[in-house]
Design a protein around this ligand. Structure first.
Ligand SMILES: Nc1ncnc2c1ncn2[C@@H]1O[C@H](COP(=O)(O)OP(=O)(O)OP(=O)(O)O)[C@@H](O)[C@H]1O
Ligand SMILES: [Mg+2]
Length: 297
């Protein structure tokens, strides 16, 4: 694993949804092949007497889909990521990825978090290649096929606009560049599932928009399945095929919203009225979910 690092959902089929869905013909007759399946999952940290982070959580993500998860702070979004990747095992319910029950850490996953967590003593290229030293079958092939893998890592660096920076140490890169390298590391072993937990949260608005373009293009090319946790509704609506809104803790999905804007999506889309209508709709739902937040303690 690259670990370096609905209650039935209330799908709102209002006019705006129908209009948005209609602009993406590729969605018509889309096969319901679920890559991630989470059914009635409950997880309490510290056992039954502890904190219940998620309760009766049900959601599924189709193969190749870009899903975004939004919800109030502390509602269990990171817990959902840990459950899906097998880092924590639920007390109740079922989780399957690619048709197989999740019983421990998965190796078909790439992960990236808010903090890039690159190893400071390794050059950028060597940081990116780290998963190849761990994940099968690459780990067994790496020594013999080193040149081929280095070329792959360099191609990834080019793809995210970091060509020529492979020899730099992470501390010689800006925050945005480190996050680009972090994405390369999450994707170098070509995982079927990419889990992103607020990867752009610490970046300024311009760099964040640039990286939206990077992840949008990577997804378009490589067709992996993505689950993105974010606090930024514009980010969720811009990048995702579907946005899941979680309730306050204990988290569960209270709304599932298809985002039908045609792809590839230009960044200018985010300044249109149609786009803002969707953002507003989701914003209201989160405000409702926050209002239900129980006091801490
Ligand atoms: N390892 C842990 N041990 C005990 N409690 C935990 C642990 N991890 C998370 N929690 C608790 O579970 C709840 C959900 O946490 P989680 O990190 O999943 O929330 P989140 O939605 O990711 O929050 P944020 O938006 O702030 O990142 C919180 O109340 C948190 O205190
Ligand atoms: Mg979190």
């Amino acid at each position: 694993m690259t670990l370096l690092h609905t209650e039935s959902s209330l799908y709102q089929s209002n006019d705006a949804t129908a209009k948005l869905a209609a602009v993406d013909p590729s969605r018509a007759g889309q096969a319901a092949t679920d890559f991630v399946e989470i059914s009635d999952v409950t997880l309490s940290y510290g056992g039954d007497e502890g904190v219940t982070a998620v309760e009766d959580l049900t959601m599924s993500v189709r193969k190749g889909e870009f899903a975004a998860v939004v919800g109030p702070s502390g509602c269990g979004k990171s817990t959902l990521m840990k459950l899906t990747t097998g880092l924590v095992i639920p007390q109740k319910g079922r989780i399957a990825v690619d048709g197989k029950p999740v019983t421990g850490p998965l190796d078909i996953v790439g992960m990236a978090f808010q903090n890039p967590s690159l190893l400071p003593w390794r050059r950028t290229l060597d940081n990116i290649m780290l998963p190849l030293e761990i994940v099968s079958p690459h780990a067994q092939r790496l020594r013999k096929h080193k040149a081929e893998y280095v070329a792959r890592a360099e191609a990834m660096l080019d793809l995210v606009g970091l060509g020529g920076f492979g020899a730099n140490y992470p501390w010689q890169l800006s925050g945005g560049m480190q996050q680009r390298a972090n994405l390369c590391r999450a994707l170098i072993h070509e995982p079927g599932l990419l889990m992103l937990d607020e990867p752009f949260g610490a970046l300024d608005a311009f760099t964040r928009e640039e990286l939206w373009g990077v992840i949008r293009d990577l997804h378009q090319r490589k067709k992996f399945t993505v689950v993105l946790v974010t606090h930024d509704l514009r980010e969720a609506v811009y990048l995702a095929d579907r946005v899941f809104v979680m309730s306050a803790r204990p988290g569960r999905v209270v709304l599932e919203r298809e985002i039908g804007f045609e792809r590839p999506r230009p960044i200018d889309l985010t300044y249109t009225g149609e786009f803002n209508d969707v953002v507003h709709e989701l914003r209201e739902k989160i405000a409702e979910a926050r209002a239900d937040t129980p006091p801490i303690g």
